[in-house]
Design a protein around this ligand. Structure first.
Ligand SMILES: Cc1ncc(COP(=O)(O)O)c(C=O)c1O
Length: 375
């Protein structure tokens, strides 16, 4: 690669921040027998359900564009959550919902906040370490990401958040409740309090792991028109389709619809999502409950390993600290045994940490056996 990244004169058109940043990358070693790196549901759908799903998908008219309004899925989700259909906006995964929120509220061409010193570029704010796509969505759009560090136990410093809000006047605040990759569940009411105190900021309660925490800010939406709840099907059995959604005031939903690519959720995705939320609903709930039951066992087994700290978690993952450098060696040892977890062992607050998705009981046992040999 030349200094201009092979782009030639086109390089001058690409923002510096994009040229200098890395694409989202997930290592994929060969022969993985337990995939515990992406916080997916570890259970595959049973054959009988798959066959019914296959039959349902075979009926989908693939020669046609998808329903741009996802009417069937919309009506179903609205009735299950007890919200209006006009409060929902579907994304190609909640990644796209995040991007749409940044587009609407923070993209420099559309939003400038008038602070004490005159106009300033729009910013988004979130505690860190957290889900990386908040930063990626911001930087790709030329929006400044304001990062407020968590404390040493990955708990939220509410005062620091308030201070940073006053200082930077962000357009959007993202709170992952519970947080990824730490698993910590911060005080959920804090999002509601922020929404009440800062009516001119979109406060996002990202509830990707709701199935594992049981905590939601959904009941507070009606009283707080600037509060947005975000959910996804990725963590409850269908990461392979890409369906996430926001629940908000109809006014915010209408704005998000203006930036949503018209056919962003495919017909197959819509049909599969309807299947998951109807015919596979009981299976899905039972498997999520199994993960919740496995979680403390896995956390306790990790904490019992020599020199390992396991952090408190309310998601389907456990973050564990093995030590700087040691975590990388252990990650490799696990990968060599076909056990894939996520490493964060590089300089920063997560140095020495591995994030382990709660697997099936068999996968968790295999992981602990391997770690016992490696630690
Ligand atoms: C906190 C959080 N929000 C959002 C997402 C995005 O999920 P998806 O795009 O698969 O819906 C993730 C994925 O890991 C996450 O951890």
């Amino acid at each position: 690669m030349s200094a201009d990244d092979g782009l030639g004169p086109l390089a001058a058109r690409v923002p510096e921040v994009l040229r200098g940043s890395a694409a989202y990358h997930v290592p994929q070693p060969p022969n993985v027998r337990a995939k515990l790196d992406a916080n997916e549901l570890p259970f595959a759908m049973p054959l009988e359900l798959r066959q019914r799903l296959g039959a349902a998908l075979a009926e989908v008219a693939l020669e046609r564009y998808p329903d741009p309004n996802a009417r069937e899925l919309r009506a179903l989700v609205a009735s299950q959550l007890g919200v209006g259909p006009d409060q929902l906006v579907f994304g190609n995964g909640s990644d796209e919902s995040i991007a749409m929120l940044v587009d609407v509220f923070a993209a420099p061409r559309t939003a400038h906040v008038h602070g004490g010193g005159g106009e300033r570029p729009a910013a988004i704010l979130y505690p860190t370490p957290t889900f990386v796509y908040y930063r990626l969505a911001a930087t790709a759009r030329g929006v400044e990401p304001i990062e407020v560090p968590l404390d040493a136990r990955f708990e939220l410093d509410e005062t620091a958040i308030e201070r940073a809000i006053e200082q930077h006047k962000p357009s959007v605040v993202f709170l992952a409740l519970p947080n990824n990759p730490t698993g910590t569940l911060w005080r959920t009411d804090f999002a509601v309090e922020l929404a009440a105190r800062h009516r001119d900021i979109a406060i996002v309660s990202d509830e990707a792991y709701f199935a594992y925490s049981g905590r939601t800010n959904l009941p507070h939406l009606a009283a707080h028109p600037n509060l947005i709840v975000m959910r996804t099907l990725s963590k409850v059995g269908m990461a392979g389709i890409r369906v996430g959604f926001t629940i908000s005031s109809p006014a915010i939903a209408q704005l998000l619809e203006k930036v949503r690519p018209p056919y962003n959720v495919s017909s197959l995705d819509q049909r599969a999502a309807v299947f998951l939320l109807t015919e596979a609903r009981g299976w899905c709930a039972a498997r999520a409950a199994e993960v919740v039951a496995e979680r403390p066992k896995l956390a306790a087994a990790l904490a019992a390993l020599p020199g390992v700290t396991a952090f408190v978690t309310e998601a389907n993952l456990v973050l564990a600290k093995f030590g700087a450098g040691r975590a990388t060696k252990i990650w490799q040892g696990l990968a060599d045994r076909g056990l894939l977890v996520r490493t964060f062992d590089r300089p920063g607050p997560l140095e020495g940490c591995l994030r382990i998705t709660v697997g099936t009981p068999e996968e968790n046992a295999a992981l602990i056996e391997a770690l016992t040999a490696l630690c």
